[in-house]
Design a protein around this ligand. Structure first.
Ligand SMILES: [Zn+2]
Length: 271
């Protein structure tokens, strides 16, 4: 598609489809963020895009508008989604980013994230070093996305051990991790989260200030099996940041790569 620089322009990507895809932009209030329909008579897709968020960012598109368009382009480009729509299937309007449990919605979100944050450009930024909230901010700014989407994509592309956990309504709503954990014998368990993160959630829910970074242990977050390296006692750093418009607290987990690989037994040798 000739994408050469950031931020990617999803409107140009949509326009590339010409008459096969008609984009209709309106302030749709709270109805939905985006919706894609197939119209058999003119044989085209109609993409309805809610532009209400753009009022907050005069002169340019709001990250959420960009993401919604990317999401609907996912429904358009992913074969199974397109086949469903062309067969007369209807989708409810999409809403939010990575908020739905439905698999098809998650696939469209992943498409949007990959479109707006291409691996080729974003992976070198992510892998400058261990992931930090500051670097997630930088990616969000550069790519014109929300911090939530930038965080999810960054963790996905990171070569370092890191994980992202989103807490909503006092429960873990979403979590993902880089690929380093399974080889170390650590497996995510959805509702396993640390006491320090629970306190951060309570502060967030009460409208208070988020704590600074805290330390916890890997077993506070992961199930560990058949543990030849005693990874249970590896320390993880928790960094908290908020997505208030989604009523979500995000916890970024990072840890020392060599700790995860060697485990605590070797740490004793270092003392
Ligand atoms: Zn959708």
């Amino acid at each position: 598609l000739g994408i050469v620089d950031l931020p990617v322009d999803p409107f140009a990507v949509a326009a590339f489809e010409g008459r096969r895809l008609r984009l209709k932009e309106h302030d749709l209030g709270d109805r939905f963020d985006g919706q894609l329909e197939y119209h058999p008579a003119p044989r085209c897709f109609v993409l309805l895009l809610n532009t209400k968020y753009d009022k907050e960012t005069p002169g340019h598109r709001h990250p959420r508008t960009r993401f919604s368009l990317g999401h609907e382009l996912g429904h358009y480009h992913l074969d199974a989604h397109r086949a469903y729509l062309m067969g007369g299937g209807k989708w409810h309007g999409s809403r939010g980013e990575f908020e739905s449990d439905r698999n098809t919605e998650f696939e469209a979100d992943a498409f949007a994230a990959a479109l707006l944050m291409p691996r080729r450009f974003v992976s070198p930024i992510v892998n400058q070093g261990e992931l930090t909230v500051a670097r997630i901010e930088q990616i969000a700014q550069t790519c014109g996305t929300s911090r939530v989407s930038a965080a999810i994509r960054a963790v996905e592309l990171s070569d370092f051990p890191c994980a992202l956990v989103a807490v909503r309504a006092g429960r873990v709503a979403y979590r993902s991790q880089s690929e380093c954990f399974a080889p170390a014998g650590c497996y995510p368990e959805r509702q396993r989260w640390s006491p320090t993160a629970r306190r951060a959630w309570e502060a967030f829910a009460a409208g208070g200030r988020l704590p600074e970074a805290k330390e916890a242990q890997i077993k506070d977050w992961f199930q560990t099996y058949d543990d030849p390296h005693d990874v249970d006692s590896v320390y993880v750093t928790e960094q908290y940041f908020a997505a208030p418009q989604m009523q979500t607290l995000l916890v970024l987990l990072t840890m020392d790569e060599s700790d995860l690989r060697r485990g605590a037994r070797d740490d004793e040798d270092l003392d």
